[in-house]
Design a protein around this ligand. Structure first.
Ligand code: 6PG
Length: 259
């Protein structure tokens, strides 16, 4: 089953790496993304019998999660065969409002039939949380030296062009030999973080960057400007998102796109 999504808002003028989908308003954008997400889910299920997704924190995705729950058009998502991973986590307890998985549980996980064994929070307060999460990835994907391939990764972007917890000039930016890393220090917005690294994120089949509202316009224009001379993951971290053998699509409303 494939879904047709609304004809994107064409003349936005924003040149970003990958595909750019601009919807006239946020409500339409969440609808479009939910349709695409459902198509990707059905394809993964048909081809491999499992759907691995990695979701980001932040507030932008909440209406998208709600759309998946309440709109009958998206009931086809095979949640029973879905594994839910987290792109990044703050090193706080799981009942702390800053904890991304806590928000994810409240906005999505409590209302879908995904088995608990397929829901993967990061054990951020344990010793070596990165090693623990990498071991969990290996257990789910099987023994592999290459980074496991998520079917769908949902990313946001901060005003400083960070994504996941890959902040400008932070240590995790330079990690090429790990899939999960602790990121801390003066260039990491507190609290300390645990994040997927570029190698793991860029191994994904589908990467979606979701930006909504005028508050994202300047950062998006900065990305477009940076890409005129090429990626600079140190200062503009989201330009380090370059899928190895997958697709990157920016999902923007007209406000964020400055259209
Ligand atoms: C986090 C997120 C982060 C987020 C951006 C955008 O842990 O904070 O993973 O990368 O996606 O900061 O956040 P908003 O969606 O709230 O603007």
């Amino acid at each position: 089953m494939t879904y047709e999504i609304d004809e994107p808002f064409a003349d936005h003028g924003l040149v970003l790496p990958g595909e750019v989908h601009v919807a006239t308003d946020a409500d339409t954008l969440y609808d479009d993304l939910a349709l695409v997400f459902t198509s990707i889910a059905l394809k993964a299920d048909e081809e491999r019998g499992v759907f691995h997704i990695a979701l980001s924190g932040g507030t932008t995705p909440w209406p998208f999660y709600q759309r998946l729950l309440i709109d009958t058009r998206f009931r086809a998502v095979p949640w029973e065969r879905t594994h839910i991973w987290i792109v990044d986590e703050r090193r706080v307890s799981d009942d702390d409002d800053r904890n991304n998985f806590k928000s994810l549980r409240e906005s999505l996980l409590e209302d879908i039939p995904t088995p608990p064994s397929q829901v993967h929070p990061m054990m951020v307060l344990r010793d070596d949380p990165a090693g623990l999460y990498e071991a969990e990835l290996r257990a789910a994907f099987g023994p592999t030296e290459d980074p496991p391939r998520m079917d769908f990764v949902l990313l946001g972007m901060g005003g400083d062009c960070h994504t996941a917890s890959l902040f400008p000039n932070s240590d995790a930016i330079h990690v090429a030999d790990r899939w999960i890393v602790v990121n801390e220090g003066p260039n990491v917005t507190p609290p300390d973080r645990v994040t997927m690294s570029y190698p793991l994120l860029n191994a994904a089949r589908q990467l979606a960057v979701l930006c909504v509202g005028a508050k994202k316009t300047e950062a998006l224009q900065r990305v477009a400007e940076q890409m005129r001379s090429g990626p600079d993951r140190v200062n503009v971290p989201i330009t380090g998102i370059q899928p190895t053998d997958g697709e990157l699509t920016w999902y923007l409303d007209a406000e964020a796109a400055g259209a």
